[in-house]
Design a binder for this molecule. Sequence first.
Ligand code: CA
Ligand code: ZN
Length: 298
Amino acid sequence: MDHKISGKHIFAFSKDNAPALVVQSGASVEMETLDCFANQLQSVDDRLEALDWERINPATGPVYIEGAVPGDVLKVTVERIRISDRGIMSVGKGMGVLGDMLDGLKFKLMPIQDGFVQFNSEISLPVTPMIGVIGVAPEAKAIGCGTPGPHGGNMDNQMVTAGAILYFPVFVEGALFAIGDLHAAMGDGEIGVTGVEVSGNARVKLEVLKGVSLKNPVLENTDYFTTIASAKRLEDAVKQAALDMAGLLADRLCLPLSEVVMLMSAVGNAQICQIVDPLMTARFVMPKYVANNILYKE
Ligand code: CA
Ligand code: ZN
């Protein structure tokens, strides 16, 4: 059966959020999302200064998945992403990697048409839809939708596209899954603090896995397996993602750590998801020809 959620938003991932929808493991859910400004900027006449900053980074949900208990893994298959026909970016003083070079706050609205974002009359950008905020409720206190962590959240990982499969540790009963912050395009790092922000909808399949456990999110696509980790410093995020990958590979391949590190150093990539949120997010990317499944033995 197909399920749909719209108009139910959270601003923090929390065990205390009431479920917006209850589904069985294996259900597909279409989730309508607002852009990261909660659709508050509609025309060039709107003022960023007038924005309600309490209503930033909404996520749609949460979805309670029956049978999910702490210690399980939630498998999320991104079946489809649809985006609106208008993108927004904002940059400003003190925001992001180059914020000390900028004055004030600026935002830009851009039409999206025929697979391209019209940046200006000369430059158009290919649309590469992705999900910025995706995750489950954390174990302890609530985590705002602007912050990433072991529960997922604002990872701003450009690999979260249609066709990607994510695996999240489950911390609370029902997992309480939510999605928001769709981007028409975003570069690694998201250095100006926004991608091309859009509203839209994502259809995901939600399945509970028993007998698998994770500390941090894992992502799989056709060619790669990746671990994802967040920390105050980018170096620590890279180290944690590499550690997670080494642990998973050592288990699956039954190789000593020294051999695993050689493989990771030869063909693995340490990459930046984002370096502008309250915690930085990195991923470690391994090709599937080394191990076609790092989560289970086959
Ligand atoms: Ca984001
Ligand atoms: Zn965003």
